[in-house]
Design a protein around this ligand. Structure first.
Ligand code: NI
Length: 157
């Protein structure tokens, strides 16, 4: 496993739409392993492939000591609302409040291409929503209730 460089806000890669994964091969597994070590090295709760410069629909999350790999994820159900402070490895130290669904169900495939669905609440739901947004070029600062504070302190979009 190798640690990869995290792309920072201001880089246009973070604003692009990622493409679905079609090949479930060693290249994918290496990327997933590298993403895991990169997330751990940066003390993150989640990481999306575009954050390491790869425009593929791949995210990993680690919430409540549960590590999950989601490939080609789609949020298929959501309910409720929840507001908490979020941060992002691509944004630096800024934290701000974001409204997310309280509960979501996501469909995805695993690293071998087998489909599954997962239902999560609160932080797991939040983390998955945040990472899936990355695959669509969306950053939490776009949705942040404290966006004006972020901009005032010179934050990039
Ligand atoms: Ni992020």
């Amino acid at each position: 496993m190798a640690t990869r460089k995290v792309v920072l806000v201001g880089d246009e890669i973070l604003r692009k739409i990622s493409k679905p994964v079609k090949d479930f091969d060693e290249g994918l597994w290496q990327l997933l392993d590298d993403m895991k070590s990169t997330m751990a090295a940066n003390d993150g709760m989640g990481l999306a492939a575009p954050q390491v410069g790869v425009l593929r629909r791949i995210v990993i999350v680690e919430v409540n000591n549960m590590f999950i790999e989601l490939i080609n994820p789609e949020i298929i159900e959501q309910e409720g609302k929840d507001v908490e402070q979020e941060g992002c490895l691509s944004v630096g130290t800024f934290r701000g409040r974001v409204e997310r669904p309280y509960k979501i169900t996501v469909s995805a495939v695993d690293r071998f291409g087998y489909p599954f669905t997962l239902t999560g609440e609160k932080w797991l739901a939040r983390c998955i929503c945040h990472e899936v947004d990355h695959l669509n070029g969306i950053l939490f600062i776009d949705k942040c209730l404290d966006k004006s504070k972020y901009l005032k302190q010179g934050g990039k979009i």
